[in-house]
Design a protein around this ligand. Structure first.
Ligand SMILES: [Zn+2]
Length: 281
């Protein structure tokens, strides 16, 4: 571009530039860059919503700190069909497992202190002996970190011989975290990453169904803090998610005909019934 020739003397070289080029049409950032930046931004914002809470490990007696969501953060917006809660700002389900970084003892926060001496001995033998203690102190638990914590809680539950309902509940919550990971990572729907997380989620939903079905015929209520009708509704939803529509509809009709079922669960059962009817069309 001749009209700028001579400016080189001032250190400015615009000879190759087009005077009337439309800058708005130039590519900005790629979808992949944008995806990563959105993830990073959300993770950065999450830091301010958390606090470090102190625990004494009932297994090894050491003190440690674990991240938890501040009491006034994460408002419940909605629930998925299987009662997975959806919160604004932060996915609280990610923070529901407490793990001792010294010995590897891990459990849902509600039952973290419920460890008998016999169970502690089993955890020390089967988990702590080979556990590599974690020294880093992260600002947030990423989805992968949270999934690892649920895996540890499940391993502990197995070693301790906890009830089927507790193991089933951990599988269900871990499936919820994996669903959250899929949403957070926001990969294109046909990508191998989405396929992988969906397979993992399905495997956990299958185990959750197996565990709750077993618990339903052998345990008494409340189960993991839930009454019979909530558990029966979850079972119906799990039958649905495992594509067993007949058993799902059977559970729904029992929930709807019982006078004991609370109106909130009845409404969810009706919605699930409508969903199946619309899918059958
Ligand atoms: Zn410990």
């Amino acid at each position: 571009m001749g009209i700028f020739s001579g400016l080189e003397g001032l250190g400015i070289d615009l000879k190759e530039q087009d005077l009337f080029a439309d800058k708005s049409k130039e590519p900005k950032i790629s979808p992949e860059q944008q995806r990563l930046e959105e993830m990073k931004k959300k993770e950065e914002e999450e830091k301010d919503l958390l606090i470090r809470k102190s625990y004494v490990c009932p297994c090894c007696s050491k003190n440690f700190k674990s991240l938890t969501v501040k009491a006034n953060k994460g408002r419940l917006l909605d629930q998925d069909i299987d009662l997975r809660p959806r919160y604004d700002e932060v996915d609280k389900t990610k923070y529901e497992v407490v793990m001792c970084p010294e010995c590897g003892y891990a459990a849902r926060v509600q039952i973290f202190n419920e460890l008998s001496e016999k169970q502690a001995k089993l955890v020390r033998e089967k988990i702590s002996q080979s556990f590599k203690s974690k020294t880093e102190d992260p600002d947030i638990y990423t989805y992968d970190e949270s999934i690892m914590r649920y895996q540890m809680a499940l391993a502990n539950a197995m070693v301790r011989g906890l009830k089927s309902s507790e193991k089933a509940f951990l599988c269900l919550k871990m499936a919820w975290v994996i669903r959250g990971k899929k949403e957070h990572e926001n990969f294109p729907a046909d990508s191998p990453e989405v396929k992988k997380t969906e397979e993992m989620e399905q495997e956990l939903l299958k185990n959750a169904l197996e565990g709750f079905a077993k618990a339903r015929s052998s345990e008494s209520f409340p189960m993991c803090g839930m009454d019979q009708y909530t558990v029966d509704y979850i079972l119906a939803a799990l039958f649905y998610e495992n594509h067993d529509y007949n058993r799902c509809l059977h559970m729904i009709s029992e929930l709807l005909t019982s006078q004991m079922t609370n109106p909130r669960i009845k409404e969810k059962a009706r919605n699930l019934k409508d969903l199946i009817a619309s899918e059958k069309k």
